[in-house]
Design a protein around this ligand. Sequence first.
Ligand code: DQA
Length: 149
Amino acid sequence: MHNILVLNGPNLNLLGTRQPEVYGHTTLKIIEDLCVSHGETRGLAVSHLQSNHEGALIDAIHAARGTQDGIVLNAGAYTHTSVALMDAISSAQVPVVEVHLSNIHAREEFRHKSYIAPVAIGQIIGFGAQGYVLALDALAAHLTERSAG
Ligand code: DQA
C-alpha cells in the first residue's frame, strides 16, 4: 500500500462554482472522494488537503517527506509564481505529479510558466477532474516501476 497526498492550492476550494466554463462543475469534495475511491482500486491510501496559503502548502510538502510515497499537486496560481513551492518539492524527495484542470498552455501567457514542472515527475493538464485520476494512475505506475527497478 502506498500513501499518496492529493494537495490542492488556492481557490480550488471553490471548484463547482468558480468559473465553471473553465474548471467544470465538479466540486473539490467530489474530486477528493473520487481520489480516495480510485486509490483503493490501485492500492493507494489517499489523503487530501487544500489550502489557500502558500506556507501551509509548503508545510504539507515538508511533512510528506518520509510519510507519503507521492503527491498529486494542483498548486493553482502558485504554480506560476512560487519558487518556494519548487524548493520545497526539491527538498522533500517525494515524487510529485503536477495537475491542472484547465489546459494552462491554451490560456494567458502568464499561465504557461510552471515552477512546479522542473521538479515534478510529470504533468497532467487539461482533462478536468479526470486529471486527478490519471495522476494517481501515473504515480502508481511510477512507484511500481521504481520498486521493481
Ligand atoms: C489551475 C490553473 C491555474 O492557472 C489557476 O490559477 C488555477 C487552477 C487549473 O487547475 O487549471 O487556480 O491550476
